[in-house]
Design a protein around this ligand. Structure first.
Ligand SMILES: [Zn+2]
Length: 371
């Protein structure tokens, strides 16, 4: 037992914390684009939803779902709803479930990838519904907000490479921060629901790889999870613009684990975001690191990291109660060498548990082979 290293607080690193993760999206200075009425591309259910909106705004009960998931990845596996629409009227922020998965004045829904490096997989951005391309932009560099700071993003281009679709009757959807060169549609083009518009990127004021989806009705932003807006004392989705299938897949998650890794060199979050620190090749490595990247942690969450050696033996097992939560949270634990590293598979498993009225557990593993 004495050779086991139980990790204390000193070697847990909080590398990136809550404040400072701000994305500002939206257009400034609308360019002169003919906004012709859509007739052919308007799906019946959209037309129905508009009349329902007018008729039932007070009850919020009857927004027929017409929005599909706007990304070509699996929610909860390789992409996540990382930030929600802000319903707080003041300087604070509150998502539709009365949680903290938003930031002040965020008028959209962010579909994020695990790391910035995952942008290279060209994860498709899809039309949430049938419509017509009202405006688009391409050519903006990805990662400017991270590399040079948000101040370096040109004014009016906070949304980055983007497409606006009009769906008829005043409804629009906007897709921001797409990867440079990925926009796959033309202005005025009709698109089907699910048709590819581009790929998830981080152009404009994006500090992580994600799609910002905005939904607007007559130029007013709508939360697709709570289109009637938040009523005093109420939390949770009441009516939704999502199709039933999309709504089920997009069920509110208060906490997400997006990546874990194992590394024979000391990791840092910038490198993790660049796809590094998932490598165990040095048989003479002094230490082995197990790391985890999570979103929306909270004080009191229990974080556990386990590393199994090739024989299945626990090489490292360490638990820590978080004293603070972060919007984006990176930590690692270390196991110092205690004899030779044997060839075979090493598996790191990270678990975060949240107790309370609605307990939450998130777990993820990764295995690397030392040859
Ligand atoms: Zn956003």
């Amino acid at each position: 037992m004495s050779r086991w290293i139980i990790i204390g607080a000193c070697v847990w690193m909080v590398v990136l914390g809550g404040a400072g993760l701000f994305m500002v999206t939206g257009w400034e200075g609308r360019s002169a684009v003919a906004s012709t009425a859509i007739t052919t591309a308007t799906p019946t259910n959209v037309a129905e939803s508009q009349s329902q909106v007018r008729q039932t705004q007070a009850t919020q009960q009857a927004y027929p779902g017409w929005l599909n998931i706007p990304v070509g990845c699996t929610i909860g596996r390789d992409c996540w709803v990382l930030q929600q629409f802000d319903h707080d009227p003041g300087p604070d922020f509150r998502d539709y479930a009365c949680g903290a998965r938003a930031y002040n004045a965020h008028k959209g829904v962010d579909f994020g990838l695990a790391t910035d490096n995952d942008m290279r997989r060209n994860v498709p951005v899809l039309a949430a519904a049938a419509g017509r391309v009202l405006r688009l932009r391409d050519g903006e560099t990805d990662g400017v907000a991270v590399a040079q700071g948000v101040g370096a993003v040109p004014k009016g281009r906070e949304c980055g490479n983007a497409v606006i679709l009009e769906h008829g009757g005043g409804w629009e959807t906007i897709y921001c921060h797409m990867r440079r060169g990925s926009v796959a549609v033309k202005q005025g083009q009709s698109v089907a629901a699910g048709q590819q518009l581009g790929a998830i990127g981080m152009s404009g004021k994006a500090e992580f790889a994600h799609l910002h989806l905005g939904v607007r009705y007559k130029n007013n932003p709508y939360d697709p999870f709570l289109p009637g807006g938040m009523k005093p004392g109420a939390c949770g989705s009441v009516g939704s613009l999502w199709t039933p299938a999309a709504a089920a897949a997009l069920r509110y998650s208060p906490l997400d684990m997006v990546a874990v890794g194992i590394s024979d060199t000391r990791p840092n979050v910038a490198g993790v975001n660049n796809g590094q620190f998932n490598s165990f090749t040095r048989r003479d490595a002094d230490a082995l690191f197990g790391w985890v990247l999570a979103w929306n942690t909270k004080a009191g969450d229990i974080l556990r990291v386990d590393i199994q050696d090739p024989s299945g033996k626990a090489l490292l097992s360490t638990t820590q109660k978080l004293d603070k939560g972060y919007r984006r949270h990176f930590r690692f634990a270390v196991k110092k060498k205690s004899g030779a590293w044997h060839s075979g598979n090493y598996t790191v498993t990270a678990t975060i548990q949240r107790s309370g009225r609605t307990p939450v557990t998130r777990q993820m593993s990764r295995t690397l082979k030392l040859r």
